[in-house]
Write a protein that binds this ligand. Structure first.
Ligand SMILES: [Zn+2]
Length: 430
């Protein structure tokens, strides 16, 4: 959840650079005394820098660019490649190729709603001014969309676009120069890389590289089984709609694949939560992103863990980490042992002999960062203990309550204090 800080810090840093650039441009023009109103003194906006635009002119520019963005959305929804590319400067051949790819990919997702609109204005970005002139307009653009059959409500991601006017019309000239000022997953969505292939199986949608279509089929089969397993042990309604991204590109969804302190440990897959607006407020759902290095070794167990996060993502953000990871591990282990040929006995043994003696309190973020094995193992054991005491139905009720209200509901829902839960889990034989 450090996203908003990073984002605002980014925008602030850019604003500083931009005002420096405005000053440089004015000094270069040499005809505008500092402090004077350039707009009032100049009858036409032609040749003026954006820094000199009046509020009304800026509003008109934003309106014009929003209209271009709206045409792009309509073109995608209608399947109008020509109309889509008409918003792109034909002289930028690399950009045109990227946009063509973007269009092809976006068409595959099938959006029930799709909207683009301008957000924070970056004003003058030095590299863009140098390349496209002083009137180049760089802005953060929000993409608000809803994938059919997947997202219950629209979710949002961001892009950084630069536009210029050609023969009176605004066209897109750049889509990458301001990427560093976007949110972490901004312009790193599955459709922002190479051509993708989507494999749908019931409510599961898997995104892979087009050249790895057979991997998509494999992952979809495994994912569908994982959905069934989660449904069996998570005693709350869940429709099983999930998007699994198993692409080869390292930076997709901007996920980092190591965690913890020191050398850390490798993350095999992650559930990335989606929000309605900026990354604050109530979560709408989540996507599963598989570590590109491990995408071909993906098994059902791992997906069960991540899907438990997906199934519970919309409940709220207040569940303590031991409950979040403990529940995901609980559902994963139960689902393994649903098959009589498999057992988690080695894991059970490791927890009992190695980890439980070190358990002093409900594992917090520090324990997870310092010793992930210990943290995951003991959190699993605590949830096993609670499931044994309460049953899966009441365990689900407890989890919903924790997600909404945090750890303060623990005693009310279990009849035990945190210390009693720890003591009970340490004695629990499983
Ligand atoms: Zn997890």
């Amino acid at each position: 959840m450090n996203h908003p800080k990073r984002l605002f810090a980014g925008v602030a840093a850019l604003a500083l650079t931009a005002s420096g650039a405005v000053f440089a441009v004015r000094a270069w023009h040499g005809d505008v005394p500092a402090g004077s109103s350039a707009v009032a003194a100049t009858p036409s906006t032609a040749g003026k820098t954006p820094g000199e635009l009046s509020a009304a002119e800026k509003a008109a520019r934003q309106k014009a660019v929003d209209a271009v963005l709206a045409r792009r959305a309509v073109a995608i929804q209608k399947g109008d490649l020509k109309g889509f590319l008409a918003t792109v400067d034909p002289k930028q051949t690399a950009l045109v190729a990227r946009e063509r790819m973007l269009y092809t990919n976006l068409r595959k997702f099938g959006f029930s709603t799709l909207q683009y609109f301008t957000a924070d204005t970056f004003e003058q970005v030095p590299t863009m001014i140098t390349k496209f002139g002083a009137a180049a307009f760089s802005t953060r653009v929000m993409m608000r969309y809803q994938i059919s059959g997947l997202d219950p409500r629209p979710v949002q991601t961001d892009l950084g676009y630069t536009f210029v006017q050609r023969a009176g019309a605004w066209v897109l000239v750049d889509d990458t120069a301001t990427d560093e000022f976007l949110s972490e997953a901004g312009h790193r969505q599955p459709w922002d890389f190479d051509e993708v292939q989507l494999v749908r199986r019931d409510k599961v949608v898997v995104v892979v590289d087009k050249r790895e279509a057979s991997l998509g089929t494999k992952v979809a089969k495994v994912a569908e089984k994982a959905v069934t397993s989660v449904r069996k042990h998570w005693e709350r309604p869940w429709n099983g709609a999930v998007l699994v991204v198993a692409m080869p590109q390292e930076r997709v969804m901007s996920t980092l694949w190591t965690a913890g302190s020191g050398d850390g440990w490798t993350i095999a897959a992650k559930a990335v939560t989606l929000f309605e607006g900026e990354q604050l407020g109530k979560p709408i759902g989540s996507r599963i992103v598989v570590n590109p290095a491990l995408r071909k070794k993906l098994d059902k167990d791992l997906l069960v863990h991540e899907m438990t996060h997906v199934a519970t993502a919309t409940l709220g953000l207040n569940a303590p980490i031991w409950a979040v990871e403990g529940l995901a591990e609980y559902v994963r282990c139960r689902s393994i042992e649903d098959d009589p040929h498999w057992s988690v006995d080695p894991y059970r043994k490791r927890v009992r002999t190695k980890y439980l003696s070190k358990l002093k309190a409900l594992p917090n973020e520090t324990v997870f960062a310092d010793d992930a094995d210990q943290a995951y193992g003991t959190s699993w054991w605590i949830v096993e203990y609670l499931a044994d005491k309460l049953g899966e139905k009441k365990l689900a009720t407890l989890y919903v309550d924790l997600s909404q209200h945090g750890e303060t509901v623990l005693t009310k829902d279990t009849g035990l204090t945190a210390a009693q839960i720890v003591a009970g889990a340490k004695k629990f034989k499983g």
